[in-house]
Design a protein around this ligand. Structure first.
Ligand code: FPP
Length: 268
């Protein structure tokens, strides 16, 4: 590794993830620690999201997927759900100028049909308004679940098939077809998934697409996640050796990874 933490012989293009996904966890615990309402944690979480969007764009990230609201989050108190939805709406209205100025394209992933009409309208407007921008793409995962996304992709495939038998449909289905029927088939798979608040689980985020993603986990709660933390995640990613199932080049060793999910170096 050199001083930047990058693995030698990697070009800058390889050391910078093209697509970063973030599980923005810990808003509630952040608020609890301060003895304030959970909703205040979400308000602060939104500020962090806005800042990280800008930082990621400045760092040259091409795609940033933010896990805003899961298909499971409906189990929360309706007051909290309504509050998160109002934050999303407010963000899309108030920050449109920021997205325009930075040529950032807004997209959505998840089951849009399960969202309230006013949120759908706001998402549609933001998508239409920014669709031609060639800067970073921000994908808002809203009413998103990885399993739900896979099921919807399979359904899309079956619904668009000409009149063929189930056996024929089953015979033709493969990984490419499934990928091509996801919400945004043109997006590359995420290279790096960041998770805040210290949990080591996927929580149904990008299950299909994250097959070969590198994970970076920090104990920081999302409202406290700083630009330096984001840079630490990028540095940890640059230090990883991605093998996509192949053997480690040259070493013949068992472990290709040079840092663990917390970004701590691993001796080899
Ligand atoms: C996790 O904290 C966060 C959420 C459920 C989503 C809230 C996200 C935002 C307000 C940011 C929205 C960003 C954009 C760009 C619209 P948690 O409540 O699960 O925390 P806990 O696990 O500590 O309870």
């Amino acid at each position: 590794m050199d001083g930047t933490g990058a693995v030698k012989n990697k070009s800058p293009n390889e050391t910078l993830p093209r697509h970063v996904g973030i599980i923005m966890d810990g808003n509630g615990r952040w608020a609890l620690n301060k003895g304030i309402a959970r909703t205040s944690g979400h308000t602060e979480g939104l500020k962090t999201a806005r800042r990280i969007v800008e930082t990621a764009s400045l760092r040259g990230i091409r795609y940033l997927t933010l896990f805003v609201f899961s298909t499971e989050n409906w189990k929360r108190a309706s007051r909290e759900v309504d509050f998160i939805m109002s934050l999303v709406k407010q963000h899309l209205t108030r920050e449109l100028d920021f997205y325009r100025k930075n040529h950032i394209r807004i997209r959505h992933t998840g089951d849009i049909t399960g969202l309230a009409p006013d949120i759908i309208a706001e998402i549609d407007e933001a998508r239409a308004d920014t669709k031609d921008f060639d800067g970073m793409q921000v994908i808002l995962a809203l009413n998103y679940g990885g399993r739900n996304a896979i099921v919807r992709a399979a359904r899309r495939y079956l619904q668009n098939l000409p009149n063929v038998s189930c056996a024929e449909a089953a015979d033709t289905l493969d990984e490419n077809i499934l990928s091509n029927n996801l919400d945004n088939p043109d997006l590359p798979d995420p290279d790096l998934i960041i998770r805040t608040a210290g949990e080591f689980r996927t929580s149904n985020f990008l299950l299909w697409e994250a097959a070969y993603a590198e994970y970076f986990i920090t104990d920081k709660f999302w409202p406290d996640f700083s630009n330096e933390d984001f840079d630490a995640a990028l540095a940890a990613y640059a230090a990883r050796e991605r093998r996509f199932g192949a053997a480690t080049a040259g070493s013949g060793g068992k472990f290709g990874r040079r840092s663990n999910p917390r970004g701590e170096p691993v001796n080899q």
